[in-house]
Design a protein around this ligand. Sequence first.
Ligand code: NOJ
Length: 750
Amino acid sequence: MRIALLKLLVPILLIPSLAYNQSADPNPSIEKSIDSILGKMSLTEKIGQASQRGTSSRVKILPEELKQAVREGRVGSVLNVLDRNNVDELQRIAIKESPHGIPILFGRDVIHGYKTIFPIPLGQAATWNPGIVERGAAIAAEEASTNGIRWTFAPMLDISRDPRWGRIAESAGEDPYLASVLGRAYVKGFQGDDMSAPNKIAACAKHFVGYGAAEGGRDYNSVMLSENTLRDTYLKPFKAAIDAGIATVMTSFNDINGVPASGNKFILKTILRGEWNFKGFVVSDWNSITEMIAHGYCADAKEAAFRAANAGLDMEMTSTSYENNLRELIKEGRFTEAQLNDMVRNILRIKFKLGLFKSPYVDRSRDEKLLSKQHLADAKEAAVESMVLLKNKNDILPLSKNNKIDLIGPLANAPHEQMGTWIFDGKDADAITPLTSLQAALGKKLVFTPGLANSRDRRDTGFKEAIAAAMKADVILFFGGEESILSGEAHSRADISLPGAQEQLIKALKKTGRPIVLIILAGRPITLGNILDDVDAIVMGWHPGTMAGPAITDLLLGNASPSGRLPVTWPKAVGQIPIYYNHFNTGRPATAKTFVQLDSIPVGAWQSSLGNASHYLDLGFEPQYPFGYGLQYTSFDYSNIMVSNAVVSMNGSVEVSATISNSGKRAGTEIVQFYVQDLVGDVVRPVRELKGFKRITLEPGQKQEVKFSLTAADLSFHNQAMKEVTEPGKFKVWIGKNASEGLEAAFELK
Ligand code: NOJ
């Protein structure tokens, strides 16, 4: 009540929209050059610049029709040209034979590496380390550009609260703050400070927007989002990427509250161009303009072209509605040449920034960089840091080197599968598997009996051999999870437990009495309810990439310590989804006290809800593992939380600190997390929001004070009037190990 009164008396802080966008920012000399080219271009060429042709990721020969289209200036960009001789051949045609010699922009999905494959983006998010993410993107750019690729369709910045959705693998997880920090790191890594450097490529923030909120986790599905949630959660990482200077944005396949993203003026014009002042260009997703016909938003391709172009979508990927209809739309006066000029201007601006007019051809001088020693070392470091230790009963990990090991499971020696989704250019032959590395480290002490041929294998024919070998071993290492094709685009799953007969094999192995270490390689959290108690340790390895083997070997044998933390809440069962840490409180928040367990209800009980809260009778209200969770081989204690000032003014700032000490016997890395709760708002606020984190490495017995600071702008949100505001009132803060624990303190903003 008092707080509400205070709010009436004290003016709230309105947050101005700050937009600065270096990489895509207009530069007078570039704008002049664009003007001069635009003045000469025919309508056909202008429409051509807005058209991206796509070939399948496997086509190796250039179609004659494509060459002719380039010659006539009807193509602005091509996606998936595999061979650099083909890249140069098309570029030569564009430069030498097309009417005004405008270079082609070659794009490809270089998502988590080109030849050197890093962990899937969800795994990279588990590192909570923007430094290694930036290095990974820089390596991807360095390698991809040796093949003439100057544009990648990454990073994917879709907030993902649903592990059924296959594309969660490609995301930075569920949190807008973490996704924003990592989004900026990707942009910096791909683009550098100057995109025209030959080893840099343009990045693309995708999918704009809300794609991760697909209903039921079914890919491409409808998205219903309140404007508050859209702005305070889903748009945040995109804004961060745009402020970091990202060159391009891709629209998503979904509709948002009934309006498909590719024809959505509100997101493209009002927000992206209007509020954020974005100066790069917007590309559609694959056929997403003409898919507006299937959505039931446009009657035909001409209408789809009109809706998309009018909404501010600059380049059409693969479908040809612009090529076939923009001219007529202009003739009819429904669309203007001036509007088309704006689209082309946005595209040419990025081509200039990439230096394509000066150096259009493939830079062939850097081949030795592909899979270089340094790239592999960085990929290994990323893989080590991505792995999350979820369980470690009796400190069974790290393993003693004297143990006899039975290596089991469909993913212990599956080079292709360990690389994960989107690895068009990563080669199985370059991927080092856990079997290879563990064998090198343990020699004869290791026996390999896979038990199952692949992750979906339902046959028990291999069980006998695996069990017999397990009987002779001290420890069982079980590499389970999902093959790479089970996550990623269009690969949603309704049941996200271990597929095939993996659970049965684990149950059979449990009977040997040998301790089981389960290493999960998967593109998403896996529900573990059926086997959680059968295994002694669990390591979530995601799909770790080329260097999975060396990374996991170092971790299991204690040459490295686990430091990964979950970037998503891990559910107990699919029925709990969506489950994420930064939810609202509800009027009846669930607590341990109010939780009513199914079996505790008397048979024939009288209908009553009194005392009950927002929970499931069978599974409660807590996840299996909270956001931010991860164990290590040592222990860290938190003490002495301090708030610099209990009362903070709107133009002031507050510092919150705590002391972290390594109370265990080994050195270790802790990811210290900082959360805030705004207790009362004009619209209800999340129970916690991540506002900062720090990676610290401490020797045994060492301690460190960790500080976080906040200003009013860090506490802003959109109110009922859709204004971005920070309201005065009381706030709670936590410094802790994950979203479910931590030392608590408070302050008041006045
Ligand atoms: C469809 C995917 O949704 C998108 O992420 C990707 O970049 C394009 N295809 C191009 O391959």
